[in-house]
Design a protein around this ligand. Structure first.
Ligand SMILES: [Zn+2]
Length: 98
């Protein structure tokens, strides 16, 4: 399984996640998504578009103390992350279900 440094949904550094990552339905930690995006094997906001995520993520980064222009820079390439580039309609939990 691939391990990422940043959440593949919102781009937040997983090291900054107070819970250390999202969870799959069996309770194991996700190494691809943070706890703000992914919990219990599903996206918390499954209907979110990438543009909404950019706004949401920039807001979170501002809360974390990043200057506005840095927040904008960090979310600029969000659409390249796994959740969005793999096709948003496909639930990623599917690939892990056995
Ligand atoms: Zn996230």
């Amino acid at each position: 399984m691939t391990t990422h440094n940043d959440c593949q949904s919102c781009g937040m550094p997983l090291a900054k996640d107070p819970k250390g990552g999202g969870t799959y339905s069996d309770g194991t930690k996700s190494h691809s998504y943070c706890s703000h995006c992914y919990e219990g094997g599903r996206f918390i906001r499954p209907d979110m578009t990438v543009d909404q995520m950019k706004d949401f993520s920039a807001g979170k980064l501002r809360e974390m103390g990043y200057p506005k222009f840095v927040a904008r820079l960090l979310v600029r390439n969000l659409h390249k992350l796994e959740r969005w580039s793999a096709g948003a309609a496909r639930p990623l939990a599917e690939s892990r279900r056995s």
